[in-house]
Design a protein. Structure first.
Length: 272
């Protein structure tokens, strides 16, 4: 598979957690192709240090924020592998990741999962054979399973139709629109929370003071009636394979494209 991401500048705490994330991807077996997009501070140097591909050219909006569709379209042309994974650059992936992906034998699909939030302040020693065990223990003791709307990775085949609008990376709305868009094309959306341990390293929010840019991203979704969460997933990946969602989630999944239901959800989301 090919993992790609658009990192933030490698400085301070964000630099530490991004290096942690990338090194965890390098520990996956078999080793994936990894592509870093963008020309922010430290991206080229980190790519060279870890011997991974760096593509500095990426389109940006008027706020100088990289655009996701630029990375998605480029990776489809350059990736060596047929399975693509977009993952936020602060997400640690564990050894259960690739075995979970191998369980999927569908021609077209979009797979996501809820993340586990924990505080990690220091570099992880990946030379320690017990690094994953230690993180697993931290998740068990103080990790928080995020809600259904927090989506930090996307797994999909290269031929998945995903012509994204000019969404800015790291701004709200695009991930929920992506799920809605795939469901609207009758392509299965899979919730892999039970099979994949995606570890989010907590950091300061980047949404603050980005009001205009956040609003533009939300406008590009077409409104609150055209977004979905993992609650509306069509299938659930367990350690035993794909299964139908339990009640009442299976009902939410079937109602997700029902226009009156979407309008009711839109009203609710505006009030929140």
């Amino acid at each position: 598979m090919t993992i790609f991401t658009i990192p933030k500048p490698f400085r301070g705490h964000v630099g530490i957690i991004q290096r942690n994330a990338i090194q965890s991807w390098l520990k996956l077996s078999p080793k994936p192709e990894i592509i870093l997009f963008g020309n922010d501070e430290g991206v080229a140097e980190v790519a060279e240090e870890f011997g991974i591909l760096h593509i500095p050219e990426i389109k940006k909006n008027e706020f100088d924020t990289p655009l996701l569709n630029s990375a998605f379209s480029t990776v489809k042309k350059t990736a060596k592998n047929e399975v693509l994974v977009y993952v936020n650059s602060d997400i640690i992936l564990m050894s259960d990741f690739i075995p979970a992906v191998k369980k999927i034998n569908l021609d077209l699909f979009l797979m996501n999962g809820r993340r586990r939030d924990i505080d990690i302040e220091k570099p992880i020693d990946f030379n320690n054979v017990n690094w994953e065990k230690k993180i697993s223990e931290e998740i068990k003791n103080r990790g928080v399973l995020h809600g259904y709307s927090g989506i930090d990775y996307f797994i999909f085949p290269k031929n998945l139709p995903c012509d994204l609008p000019d969404f800015a990376v790291g701004r709200p709305g695009w991930d929920n629109w992506f799920i809605y868009r795939i469901k609207s094309m009758k392509i299965p959306v899979i919730d892999a929370t039970a099979a994949i341990t995606a570890v989010h390293q907590n950091h300061k929010s980047i949404y603050k003071n980005k009001i205009e840019e956040n609003r533009k991203n939300l406008d590009l979704t077409g409104g609150f009636s055209k977004i979905c969460t993992l609650r509306e997933a069509d299938l659930i990946l367990t350690k035993d394979g794909l299964k139908k969602p339990p009640f009442p989630r299976i009902i939410f999944g079937k109602l997700a494209l029902f226009y009156p239901w979407r309008q009711l959800l839109s009203i609710k989301r505006k009030l929140l």
